[in-house]
Ligand binder design. Structure first.
Ligand code: XMP
Length: 517
C-alpha cells in the first residue's frame, strides 16, 4: 500500500500548501480538520507520519484546538508547524507564552545544530531565510527535545526529539518564501518517516481504475462532458476502467467558444471512441434566456435547463446507475472555521449543483483526492492532448456572462465568439497562453461612434480581459505590451463586423472579479 501522511488542520490559511509540497515529493497525504481526528480515526488512517498545521488560535487560551493525545504514543514521526509546534510542546509538558516580539513575514533563523530535518540544505552556523507568522512562542521545551534553530522572535524556531522522531518549526516551510522549505518537508517525509515517494500519476491511474471497477462492477455510468479539463479527465479514466458501460453526454448550450463543440465531439467520439451523446440545445437555452439581463438569473436558468436536458438525455440513453463527476480535492476539504456564519454570496457559481440529488444516482468521483494541477498531470498521463490539458478555465454559463447587462441573441454571441477567438489566437501566437490563467473578450452594452473608411460606424465596444492567478480566488491583470494590444484591437475592429472599439481591463481581483458578471 502507498505510504500515507496525515495533515491535521488547525485552520491555517496555508494548510493546503503543506499537502501540495508533500504530494510534489511523491507522497500521498490528506488534510483532516483537527475536530474530526481522534485516537481511533488516527489509528484507522494508519499514517506513516503526521504533520500538525498552523492556525489562528492561541495555545494559551483555554478551549483552543489540540492534537489527539494518542498521536504522541502512536510511534510515528510528527512535525508541528507554527501552532502545530506550540500545541505539541504544550501537550508534551513544555511552555508557550505570548511573545513581546511578534514575527510576521520574512525572517531569518540561525541554525544551531545539524538535524535530519536540515539534511543537505542547512548546515550548522548558517543563517537561513524563512517565513514566519506568529504571536505566541515556545518558551520551555518538553523533555527529550533540543533546539536546532533560533530566530530573534523565537528562541525555539526549530526543535527536535530524535528518539521519538518529533520535530517542530515555528516558521512555515510550506510557503515559497521559505526557500528551502520543500526540501525540509521532504527530509521529514522521506528521511525521517521513510516514505518511499512512489505516489505518481501512473500509480494513481492504476489505483483509481481498480477502484472504479470495484465500485461500478457491471453497472452503467453517465458523465456530463463539458470540454473542460476535469470532466475530460473523468471521462478518459472511466472509459479506460469500464469501456462502453460509460456514456458521456455533451450538452451544447450555445454559450461555448468558437469551434469548441466540434472539438469535443471529434476528440472523444472519433479519436478516443467513447460513447458520446451530443445534444445541441442552443435554441432551448436561448429561448429560456429571452429578455433576461440579470447575471444571477442567467446562471440559475442555465443551471436548471442544463439539468433538464441532461436528465432527458440520460433517460434516452437507457438510464444509468452512477453519475460521474469531476469533484476536486479543494471542494472536498472541510475547512476549519473559527468565525463561522455564512459568507456573502458574490456569484452563485453553481451550474449543475443539484444534479445528483435530483437524479438519485450514486456518485463516481475519481478526482476527489486531486488538486487541479494533479488533474492536469493525470490528463497528460492518460494521453489527452496538451491543448486540452492546459486549457484556461471556462465558466459553466459560458459566454452568457460575457455579454453583461444585456439580453443574449445569436448575433451578439457570434460577434463575441469571433472577437474572443482572434484574441486567443494572438495570445497563442505570441506564446503567452500558458503564462495566463484566463483570457477572454467581453461584449459591452454600449455602442460607440467610429469612422471606418469614409463612413460613420455605430457599433459595440468590447473589453479584453487577461489575468494571472493560482486558484481564481485572487488575480492580477496580465501586463501585455502595448504593441500586442494594438495588434489585437486592430484585428478585431477590422475582422469582426459589429465591434468598432476595443478596451483593455486593468482591474485586479479583489476588488474586481475575473468575469464581468
Ligand atoms: P470570478 O468572476 O468569481 O471567477 O472572479 C472566478 C473563476 O470562476 C469562474 N466562474 C464560474 N465558473 N460557473 C462556473 O463554473 C459560474 O457561474 C462562474 N462564474 C465565474 C471564472 O471563469 C473564474 O475562473
Amino acid at each position: 500500500m502507498t505510504d500515507r501522511v496525515l495533515i491535521i488542520d488547525f485552520g491555517s490559511q496555508v494548510t493546503q500548501l503543506i499537502a501540495r509540497r508533500v504530494r510534489e515529493s511523491g507522497v500521498y497525504c490528506e488534510i483532516h480538520p483537527f475536530n474530526r481526528v481522534d485516537d481511533s480515526s488516527l489509528k484507522a488512517y494508519d499514517p506513516k507520519a503526521v504533520i500538525l498545521s498552523g492556525g489562528p488560535a492561541s495555545v494559551i487560551d483555554t478551549g483552543t484546538p489540540r492534537a489527539p493525545d494518542g498521536l504522541f504514543t502512536l510511534g510515528v514521526p510528527v512535525l508541528g508547524i507554527c501552532y502545530g509546534e506550540q500545541t505539541m510542546c504544550a501537550q508534551l509538558g513544555g511552555r508557550v507564552e505570548a511573545a513581546d516580539h511578534r514575527e510576521f513575514g520574512r525572517a531569518f533563523v540561525d541554525v544551531a545544530d545539524s538535524c535530519a530535518l536540515f539534511d543537505g540544505v542547512w548546515a550548522k552556523g548558517a543563517r537561513e531565510q524563512v517565513w514566519m507568522s506568529h504571536g505566541d512562542r515556545v518558551t520551555a521545551l518538553p523533555q527529550g527535545f533540543r533546539v536546532v534553530a533560533t530566530s530573534d522572535g523565537a528562541p525555539f524556531a526549530a526543535i527536535a526529539d530524535e528518539s521519538r522522531r518529533f520535530y517542530g518549526v515555528q516558521f512555515h516551510p510550506e510557503v515559497v518564501h521559505t526557500p528551502h522549505g520543500a526540501q525540509l518537508l521532504k527530509n521529514f517525509t522521506h528521511k525521517i518517516a521513510g516514505c518511499s515517494g512512489d505516489w505518481t500519476m501512473a500509480a494513481f491511474r492504476a489505483q483509481e481504475i481498480a477502484k472504479i471497477r470495484a465500485q461500478v462492477k457491471d453497472g452503467r455510468v453517465i458523465c456530463g462532458l463539458s470540454g473542460g479539463v476535469d470532466s475530460s479527465v473523468v471521462a478518459m479514466l472511466l472509459h479506460e476502467a469500464i469501456g462502453d458501460q460509460l456514456t458521456c453526454v455533451f450538452v451544447d448550450t450555445g454559450m461555448m467558444r468558437a469551434g469548441e463543440a466540434d472539438e469535443v465531439v471529434s476528440l472523444f467520439r472519433d479519436r478516443f471512441n467513447i460513447r458520446l451523446v451530443h445534444r445541441d440545445a442552443s435554441d432551448l437555452f436561448l429561448k429560456k434566456l429571452e429578455g433576461v439581463t440579470d447575471p444571477e438569473r442567467k446562471r440559475k436558468i442555465i443551471g436548471a435547463t442544463f439539468i433538464d436536458v441532461f436528465e432527458e438525455e440520460a433517460k434516452q440513453a437507457g438510464g444509468a446507475d452512477f453519475l460521474a463527476q469531476g469533484t476536486l480535492y479543494p471542494d472536498v476539504i472541510e475547512s476549519v472555521s473559527f468565525i463561522g456564519g455564512p459568507s456573502v454570496t458574490i456569484k452563485s457559481h453553481h451550474n449543475v449543483g443539484g444534479l445528483p440529488e435530483r437524479m438519485k444516482m450514486k456518485l463516481v468521483e475519481p478526482l476527489r483526492e486531486l488538486f487541479k494541477d494533479e488533474v492536469r498531470a493525470l490528463g497528460r498521463e492518460l494521453g489527452l492532448p496538451h491543448d486540452m490539458v492546459g486549457r484556461h478555465p471556462f465558466p459553466g454559463p459560458g459566454l452568457a456572462i460575457r455579454i453583461p447587462g444585456q439580453e443574449l441573441t445569436r448575433d451578439k454571441l457570434e460577434i463575441l465568439r469571433k472577437a474572443d477567438s482572434i484574441y486567443l489566437e494572438e495570445i497563442r501566437n505570441a506564446g503567452l497562453y500558458d503564462a495566463i490563467w484566463q483570457a477572454f473578450a467581453v461584449l459591452l452594452p454600449v455602442r460607440t461612434v467610429g469612422v471606418m473608411g469614409d463612413s460613420r460606424s455605430y457599433d459595440y465596444a468590447c473589453a479584453l480581459r487577461a489575468v494571472t492567478s493560482t486558484d481564481g480566488m485572487t488575480a492580477d491583470f496580465y501586463p501585455f505590451d502595448m504593441a500586442f494590444l494594438g495588434r489585437v484591437a486592430n484585428r478585431i475592429i477590422n475582422e469582426v463586423k459589429g465591434i468598432n472599439r476595443v478596451t483593455f481591463d486593468v482591474t485586479s481581483k479583489p476588488p474586481g472579479t475575473i468575469e464581468w458578471e
